[in-house]
Each structure stands twice: as structure tokens, then as C-alpha cells.
Design a protein around this ligand. Structure first.
Ligand code: UD1
Ligand code: CA
Length: 483
């Protein structure tokens, strides 16, 4: 029978150095809480159970992790990493293998965890494996002390280390695996009482086990970053850049062109076809799919969207909750809000906002429009400055525009309203009743020109220093506001 594997993630620390009201493990890395990165890595090694030891605001942790299958364990007082692990042990059987992970070490890779399990396996039930690493700057970490035969005898915390020990460059990542039967007795009774720092260190358990003749094997991770901890916001920002670079490189290897891998942020999952090109300063959130040949201009923010084959999104467009077909041209400065469905070959130009709208194949809204709760037919044209008046202050109402309809510029469509197929709406109209098909509909006040009217002369107070043709802006009203 396979040995049961229990992962225990320590996440109860207050994270004081973050200077935040939010529990440290809920701070985001690549758009997801630190803790959910660790849970994801744990899932990859196929554990029997994942336990998360939490402190204050455990409710927030549960909420953030949502439906993950986790055993939540409270550590009421933060008495150290050893004490934290001890809280989870009662529900873990002796014969189980325990893997200890840290909620603030988010980028740990499943391959390093597997390596640790394999190293422990060499010694069977008597083995402990610890992930350690030689670094240039060991500051802040526990140091690994070895005997003259190279065997690990102790991990010494920086605060407890003397000058010579502080010079040791091999550090403790904290990540370890051992059978529950080895850990349990060493976390109970006298040995579990707090030390001079008022804490029960998990690292002390290693020294006790080593003294009792257990062999502590060490393995090193593939990259340094995967075992770096997040203790403050500076370290968080560093890991964020590392993770973003890693994601960008993997996209580029899969055939996506990225103008500058240092200027793209993926806070969720981005899936791309081939020959996609992404320009600088772009942010992707949630689940985004870019099909083959899609081009994303600089400064775009795209969240939970699917963008079809060879569609081009021009600079500074903001897209959320939209499904966009093939060969569309969107932006610059377009805004697509949730529930927008844009069919193939549609064109959405600058300063056009669409919310809960369907745009038919080849339809166009090229300039300055608001289209909310609207269904717009194939090849329909929405003129510059035309909007749907969908909200009466209490309720939202739908607008339906048929195939091939032509809405001129500056039209107010007062919903609920239907503009039937092939209809033409004259520019500047306010449309309050349905417009019949294949007919010109317009509502305009008749134009008048008043021959007898004279514009008032401006007061004689011009600034002589201004060039000819210019007047003092304060002394008269502007050209359009006269009469
Ligand atoms: C710890 C290790 C140190 C190692 C470093 C690696 C100990 C005593 N020290 O130090 O050797 O080099 O990690 O990153 O183990 N936690 C609890 N309950 C507590 C205290 C901590 O759940 O009472 C959790 C924290 O939420 C955190 C983790 O344990 O996720 C580590 O605690 P932290 O205070 O960050 O320890 P370090 O000083 O980083
Ligand atoms: Ca830490």
C-alpha cells in the first residue's frame, strides 16, 4: 500500500514585516494569493491530505482559497514553526509521510518536493529530508551546521548564531519531509517548550532527530527563487518580477511574441495560439485566450476574455468579460465591459464603450459611443457620438438594431427601442419609437437662420501685447457661447 502523504502548510505567522492588515499569505503574486501558489504545488505531488495551519483571520484564508479541499487547523497563539506543525499532527497517522511547506514561500516547485521525497526514501522510515541551499547572502535564514563528516547536526537561527555561524552560506529553506512517527515525539512533552525566544522552532526538531541517530539528507532546489520567502513587500515585488519573467519566457518559447518580457503582467492564466504579438505595458487578468495571430497594442488591460483569430486590439483598450470573434479591429481606447459579444470582422473604434452587448458580424461603431444592453445586427453602422439611453434611473432597457441598419452621428436611442433591419436614422435624432425597416427615420427641430440677428460687440478692453487676431480670454465669452 502506498504510504499516505500529508502536506502541512504553515501559514499562521502574523507577517508583521508586511505592515498590512491583510494576512501575509493572502498578498497576491501573479494575481493569486501566496497561499494558493503553495497549495497548487502541494496538489501536484498527489497528497492524501493538505493541512493549512492558520492564525488570525482564518476566515479570510478560507474565503480566498474557496473550494480547495483543505483541512484547516488553527494555531491560536503563534509560538513558532514547531508549535505550528504540532497543531496539525493529531489528525495525521504515525505511518504517514509529512511534507512541511510554508505559506510565505510561494514558488516552490513540485519537482523539488519530489526530489526531497526520493532522498528520504533511501533511508525509509528513518529518514528525514530537508531542502537547503548555498546562497551568497544568507542574511535572515537559519544556517546549516554539519559535523566533520558532512552530516547535518543542527539548524541555527540567525538570532541565535554566533559570528562564525553567521558566516555559513548554506541555509535552511524550512521545507522538509519525514514520517509523522519521527516528528510527533519530538514535538511533544518537554522538548516542545518554548526556547529563549519564546518559540518552539521546527528547526530544533531536526537537531533532536539527528542526535537520536536519524540521518537528515539535504537536497537543493533547481532555482534559488523557488525557496525564497516573502517577509516584506520588497521581497514580494522581487518574486513577482521573477514569476512574471518565467511566465513570459514560457509563452515566448511556445510561439508568442512579446515586445518586452519585463513589461507584461499576467495575473491569472493566459493561453495563446501561435504568432500572437503582445506589445508593452499590457496586463492580463483572470482567464484570457488569444487565438492565433492576435495582436495586442501597448497599454491594454484584458480580463476574462477570448479574442479570436487575427483580431487586433489597438493601444490602451480595456476589455473585461468579452468574447471577440476573428478579424476584428478594436480600439485604440475602446472599452468592452462584461457580457460583450463581438462577432467576426466587427470594428470598434476610439472611445466606444460596450456593456452587455452583442455586435453582429462586420458591424461598426467607430467613434465615441455608448452601447449598453444592445443587440446590434450584422453590418450595422453606429455613427460617431450615438448612444443607447438604456437607463431610466430605475431600470435598464434593451436596444435592438437590425442587420444593415445605419444609425447616423449623434443619435440618442431611448430604450426600450428597436431599429429594424435596413433602417436609416438621421444624424442628431432622438429616437423614442421603433424605426421601421428600410426607411429613413429622423427627429430634428427645423433649422432656422435669423437674418436680423446681430452679435454683441465685445467690450473695448483688449490686451495690446496680444498678437493680432487674439483677444484677452477673460474679457469676453468664447466663440460658441455668444448670443
Ligand atoms: C524560518 C526558519 C528558518 C528558515 C526560514 C526559511 C524556523 C524557526 N526558522 O524562519 O530556519 O531559514 O524559515 O524561509 O523554522 N508560522 C506559523 N506559526 C508560527 C510561526 C510561523 O504558522 O507560530 C509560519 C509563518 O506563517 C510562515 C512560516 O511559518 O509561513 C515561517 O515563519 P517565519 O516567521 O517567516 O520564519 P522565518 O523567520 O522566515
Ligand atoms: Ca519567512
Amino acid at each position: 500500500m502506498k504510504t499516505p502523504l500529508h502536506v502541512v502548510i504553515l501559514a499562521a505567522g502574523k507577517g508583521r514585516r508586511m505592515r498590512s492588515n491583510l494576512p501575509k499569505v493572502l498578498h497576491l503574486l501573479a494575481g493569486r494569493p501566496l497561499l494558493s501558489h503553495v497549495v497548487a504545488a502541494a496538489c501536484e505531488i498527489d497528497p492524501t491530505r493538505i493541512h493549512v495551519v492558520h492564525g488570525h483571520r482564518g476566515d479570510l484564508l478560507r474565503k480566498a482559497l474557496g473550494d480547495s479541499d483543505i483541512e484547516w487547523v488553527e494555531q491560536k497563539e503563534q509560538l513558532g514553526t514547531g508549535h505550528a506543525l504540532a497543531q496539525a499532527l493529531p489528525s495525521i497517522p504515525d505511518e504517514a509521510l509529512v511534507m512541511v511547506l510554508y505559506g510565505d514561500v510561494p514558488l516552490i516547485s513540485p519537482s523539488t518536493l519530489r526530489k526531497a521525497m526520493a532522498a528520504r526514501d533511501i533511508d525509509g522510515a528513518r529518514g528525514i529530508a530537508l531542502v537547503t541551499l548555498k546562497v551568497d547572502d544568507p542574511h535572515g535564514y537559519g544556517r546549516i551546521l554539519r559535523d566533520d563528516r558532512g552530516r547535518l547536526i543542527k539548524v541555527i537561527e540567525e538570532v541565535d548564531a554566533n559570528e562564525e555561524q553567521r558566516g555559513i552560506r548554506e541555509i535552511n529553506t524550512g521545507i522538509l519531509t519525514a514520517s509523522a512517527g519521527i516528528l510527533r515525539p519530538r514535538l511533544q512533552g518537554d522538548s516542545a517548550y518554548p526556547n529563549a525566544q519564546g518559540e518552539c522552532y521546527l528547526t530544533d526538531i531536526l537537531a533532536r532527530a539527528a542526535a537520536d541517530g536519524y540521518l537528515v539528507r539535504t537536497v537543493s532546489p533547481k532555482t534559488t527563487e523557488e525557496v525564497l520567502g516573502v517577509n516584506d513587500r520588497v521581497q514580494l515585488a522581487r518574486l513577482e518580477r521573477f514569476e512574471q519573467m518565467r511566465i513570459a519566457e514560457s509563452l515566448m518559447r511556445d510561439g508568442t511574441g512579446i515586445a518586452d518580457p519585463a513589461r507584461i503582467d499576467i495575473r491569472g492564466r493566459l493561453r495563446t495560439g501561435i504568432d500572437v504579438f503582445i506589445d508593452i505595458d499590457t496586463v492580463f487578468e483572470g482567464e484570457v485566450v488569444l487565438e492565433d495571430g492576435v495582436r495586442i497594442g501597448p497599454g491594454c488591460v484584458i480580463k476574462d476574455a477570448t479574442i479570436g483569430y487575427e483580431t487586433e486590439i489597438f493601444a490602451h483598450s480595456v476589455i473585461e468579460g468579452a468574447e471577440i470573434g476573428a478579424s476584428c479591429r478594436i480600439g485604440p481606447f475602446a472599452r468592452l465591459r462584461p457580457n460583450s459579444r463581438i462577432s467576426h470582422e466587427a470594428r470598434i473604434g476610439n472611445f466606444v464603450e460596450i456593456k452587455n452587448g452583442v455586435l453582429g458580424r462586420g458591424a461598426k461603431a467607430n467613434h465615441l459611443s455608448y452601447l449598453g444592453d444592445a443587440r446590434i445586427g450584422a453590418r450595422a453602422n453606429i455613427g460617431a457620438g450615438s448612444i443607447t439611453c438604456n437607463y431610466d434611473g430605475a431600470n435598464k432597457h434593451p436596444t435592438v438594431i437590425g442587420d444593415g441598419a445605419f444609425v447616423g452621428s449623434g443619435v440618442m436611442l431611448v430604450a426600450p427601442i428597436t431599429v429594424h433591419r435596413g433602417a436609416t436614422i438621421g444624424a442628431g435624432s432622438t429616437i423614442t419609437k421603433d424605426a421601421p425597416p428600410d426607411t429613413l427615420t429622423l427627429s430634428r427641430a427645423p433649422q432656422r437662420s435669423l437674418k436680423s440677428w446681430r452679435r454683441k460687440a465685445p467690450p473695448e478692453k483688449g490686451d495690446p501685447s496680444l498678437p493680432e487676431g487674439f483677444s484677452d480670454p477673460d474679457s469676453r465669452s468664447g466663440p460658441d457661447s455668444g448670443s
